[in-house]
Design a protein around this ligand. Structure first.
Ligand SMILES: Nc1nc2c(ncn2[C@@H]2O[C@H](COP(=O)(O)OP(=O)(O)O)[C@@H](O)[C@H]2O)c(=O)[nH]1
Ligand SMILES: [Mg+2]
Length: 220
């Protein structure tokens, strides 16, 4: 759940990468980390899912500032996709301000994607969230694989939710997905907290701040 500290002009948000096992959630975070300016990136925490008795997730903090002097702290998490980690997913998902759903484009993964989407919906609802109102983007990863669902079918099926093709392993589509995620996040926060009118924080400023972290010329 977003935390707003007006005295320090500090905003903290939580973003979750959700999806079935092995769809590329961890890879997305690793690539974001790699694409970031060395000078502005924090440490990524990756915990393996070999022992199913503990809570596991990945965590990547991304911090940026806006022209208006706001400091935005973004906490990125991934959930473990394996069916048995349901309770972990529910905990990680709690308080999410926006979600990137990472689907596996391979036709053989269609039912795993659908299962994970329903699991996400159920988890959000038991956490008391309005599923339709939480900002979401969908990434169709692994476009490099031979037997993938055609992009046109995907776009027809996901009307109303932004979808992005990706080959996360090569970094393709990773930043596009993240930028749109931050854009839908901004609009949802602006709806609830009037960022633009009350705080003078525009979407353009917000996204400029987001993308500054990935401009290697600026940070060195
Ligand atoms: N072919 C292909 N493999 C990928 C791609 N993205 C990730 N992978 C691989 O898929 C496997 C699972 O990725 P991972 O990020 O750990 O999935 P997670 O379970 O969703 O976190 C790893 O072996 C990755 O290298 C991609 O775009 N194409
Ligand atoms: Mg993972």
């Amino acid at each position: 759940m977003v935390q707003i500290n007006m005295a320090n002009k500090e905003i903290t948000v939580k973003v979750v990468y959700y999806g079935p096992a092995l769809s590329g959630k961890t890879t997305n975070l690793q690539m974001l980390h790699e694409l970031m300016n060395p000078s502005s990136r924090g440490n990524m925490v990756t915990l393996d899912t070999k022992d199913d008795r503990t809570l596991y997730f990945d965590f990547l903090p991304i911090e940026f500032s806006t022209a208006g002097g706001f400091s935005i702290k973004t906490k990125l998490f991934t959930v473990p996709g394996q069916v048995m980690h349901k309770s972990t997913r529910k905990v990680v998902l709690a308080g999410a301000d926006a979600i990137a759903f990472i689907a596996d484009s391979q036709t053989a993964s269609a039912s795993a994607n659908a299962y994970s989407w329903r699991d996400m919906e159920a988890n959000l609802k038991t956490n008391g969230f309005d599923f339709d109102r939480i900002p979401k983007v969908v990434q169709f990863n692994k476009r490099d694989m031979p037997d993938v669902k055609p992009l046109q079918d995907i776009r027809n099926a996901w009307k109303g939710i932004p979808t992005f093709p990706a080959v996360a392993m090569r970094g393709e589509g990773v930043l596009e997905t993240y930028r749109e995620l931050m854009s839908v996040l901004y609009r949802s926060l602006d709806d609830k907290h009037a960022f633009a009118t009350k705080f003078g924080l525009s979407e353009e400023d917000f996204l400029k701040g987001v993308m500054k972290n990935f401009d290697r010329r600026a940070g060195g």
